[in-house]
Structures are given as structure tokens and as C-alpha cells.
Design a protein around this ligand. Structure first.
Ligand SMILES: [Zn+2]
Length: 354
């Protein structure tokens, strides 16, 4: 009898850990130490508060792939699932029992798949999720740099921009060096750490809500089965949707968020979380397209279009915030346009050897 979807995703996660571990074990001692130290800040990255026992567990699991796979599912995927289900409230019933797992891959962000048992599951990848809170931190520091309310004037605006570019590079390629460039700008004790964590959680919850909405809106009946390459000789079947259904899932995910958080959601928190996420996704598209031409996910629309559509939904729901949204978006677009140009130039140079 095939394993349950829950067991399947756990086993898959554990098996896919091998290259992660190979990279870690082979790394020089100083890099290993830097990565382990980074583990101490890991809880804040994901927006959960872990006590010292959980933190020492995290340090322990980095030495053991079975424990790390368990850690991914219990400490990262499960709380995110709880957050998304609580946003859906009573509407969550049809998706409540669908397993949500985290895989150590960098290729697909999120998707619904079919386990060998025939059951559905939702898989999230490590790349985007791991970057979310850190991205919010770097963007917050870049955006406020040089102002009276600077989050951290300790580095230059160019360094923060380069940090975001490195993060995009890491989330597409898994490059440890790119991650370490970005990590050096990270301050786990930052004054705004709680705000960054909250924005990161908004962004990641929205990604999962998008997958839930595909199911709740009945999109599975219209989906095509595509294949996600796990390695040269292994694929998993995943759902691929038409463009209009993708945009409908985005819209419904955002409306779920707005209706849940109407009292506390402001233009500020919206533009501070989904804005950087979607512009970051666009940056990753640029990195991907320059490194390898084929799109990794069969159906998600371009991030630029998704961002504009999300903004239109938001302004329609909160007309009074239009001015602020425009102003914040101007800053956001200006920053990311500059970073994107820089990434294109850098990658072009590195490819042409110039
Ligand atoms: Zn989708």
C-alpha cells in the first residue's frame, strides 16, 4: 500500500536533504560556524518564537537529516498551515486535512501535488519561504536608509540593495556564498525585528492561501497535471492552472487576508509585505531567465502582473489609503528597478567574462 500523502512528503523531504547535507558537511569550518550561528536567528526568520530548547534542537538537527526533515514539517510547515487555516476560519473545512510539507528545493515556491496514494498535498519550497523575513529586513533598511527614521544606518543603501540581489540569487541557485553576502547584513536583535517577522509571515501565509484558494474555488477540476523535476530521473505530478485561475487564486487569497485582518491591516503593512515579496519574485524571474531560460513552474503568472493586480484589489478595498499606497509603491518600485538593473548588469558581465 502506498504511503499516506503526509508520510510521502516527509520521506521526500528527507531524501532531498542529501545535497543540502553534502554542501553543509563539505563546507569549510568557518562557513559551517556561520551557518550554525545563523540557525540561532532562524526562528526569527520564520516569524515564530522558539524557546532555548527549540533552538538547541535546531542546532542538533543540522547534523541529522531525519531530524531536520521532521523539523521542517513540524516547526516550519505546520505553524504556517495553522496560520493560513485560521485566516480561512470556517471556510477551511475542505482543505483542513490536506497535508502541507516543506521541501528543500528552490524551484517552485508552492504547488499542489498528488502522492502515489492518490491523495493531494501542498508542497512549499525552501527558497522563497526562507528568504521572506530576511527580505523584509533588507528592504526595510534600504527603504529607510538616509532618513530620520532609518532602520539601520550601519551599512550603505548599496549594500542593502546588493543584499537583496544576493538573496534572489541564493533563492534561485542555493548558492551558499550568495546567502552569506546577505547574512552579513542581518541583525537578529534589530529594533524592527518583530515587524520584519510579521511582514515575512504575511508574505508566506499569502503564498499558502493562494494554494488553498485553488482548491476551495474548485480549480482542481480544471487543472492539468504537470511534472516537477526533483532530479534527473525523478518527477512528482503537480497541478498546473490556466492564467485566469491563477489570478483568481491570488485575488481570493488577498481578500481572505483583508477580511481576516481588516481592523489591523493598513496600506503600510500591505505594501511592506506583499509588495517586497512580489517585486522580489520578479527579481528572481530575472535571475532565473538569465541563468536558465525555461520557467521552473508551469503556470504561475509573472510577478509584475500579480503585484499590480494585488495592489488594485487592495486600493478598491481600502480607497482611503490610495495616496499612501501610491507613495509606498513608488519607493518600492524605484528600489527594485535599480536592483534589477544591477542584477542584469552583474550577471551579464559574469556570463560574458567582462
Ligand atoms: Zn497557483
Amino acid at each position: 500500500m502506498p504511503a499516506s500523502a503526509e508520510q510521502y512528503i516527509h520521506d521526500l523531504c528527507e531524501r532531498l536533504m542529501d545535497p543540502v547535507f553534502a554542501g553543509f558537511i563539505d563546507a569549510p569550518a568557518s562557513t559551517r560556524k556561520e551557518i550554525l550561528d545563523y540557525g540561532d536567528a532562524h526562528a526569527a526568520q520564520w516569524g515564530y518564537s522558539l524557546d532555548s530548547e527549540s533552538l538547541s534542537r535546531f542546532r542538533g538537527v543540522l547534523e541529522n537529516r531525519h531530524a531536520l526533515a521532521e523539523y521542517y514539517q513540524e516547526e516550519i510547515a505546520a505553524p504556517l498551515r495553522r496560520a493560513a487555516l485560521s485566516h480561512l476560519g470556517e471556510d477551511a473545512e475542505p482543505v483542513r486535512n490536506i497535508p502541507v510539507g516543506l521541501l528543500p528545493l528552490l524551484t517552485f515556491d508552492a504547488c499542489a501535488g498528488i502522492a502515489p496514494s492518490g491523495e493531494k498535498f501542498i508542497a512549499l519550497d525552501f527558497g522563497l519561504g526562507m528568504c521572506c523575513t530576511f527580505l523584509m529586513e533588507l528592504f526595510g533598511k534600504l527603504r529607510t536608509w538616509g532618513s530620520d527614521w532609518a532602520h539601520d544606518p550601519g551599512h550603505s543603501a548599496e549594500e542593502y540593495a546588493a543584499g537583496i540581489a544576493s538573496l534572489a540569487y541564493f533563492s534561485v541557485t542555493g548558492s551558499r556564498d550568495a546567502l552569506l553576502v546577505a547574512l552579513r547584513l542581518h541583525d537578529p536583535a534589530a529594533t524592527h525585528a518583530k515587524g520584519y517577522a510579521a511582514s515575512g509571515l504575511v508574505a508566506r501565509t499569502w503564498v499558502l492561501l493562494h494554494e488553498y484558494q485553488h482548491i476551495l474555488l474548485g480549480h482542481l477540476d480544471h487543472a492539468e497535471v504537470a511534472h516537477l523535476d526533483l532530479s534527473a530521473d525523478e518527477q512528482i505530478p503537480i497541478m498546473s492552472y490556466q492564467h485566469s485561475l491563477e489570478m483568481a487564486a491570488d485575488r481570493a487569497a488577498l481578500l481572505t487576508f483583508i477580511s481576516h485582518a481588516r481592523a489591523s491591516l493598513s496600506a503600510y503593512s500591505f505594501v511592506e509585505s506583499l509588495g517586497p515579496l512580489l517585486r522580489f519574485m520578479r527579481l528572481r524571474e530575472v535571475v532565473r531567465s538569465l541563468l536558465r531560460p525555461a520557467p521552473p513552474h508551469p503556470s504561475h503568472p509573472g510577478a509584475e502582473e500579480r503585484w499590480r493586480a494585488a495592489l488594485a484589489v487592495f486600493v478598491a478595498e481600502f480607497p482611503e489609503t490610495e495616496g499612501l499606497a501610491d507613495w509606498s509603491c513608488g519607493l518600492l518600485d524605484g528600489s527594485f528597478d535599480a536592483i534589477e538593473k544591477d542584477v542584469r548588469t552583474q550577471l551579464y558581465r559574469s556570463q560574458t567574462g567582462g
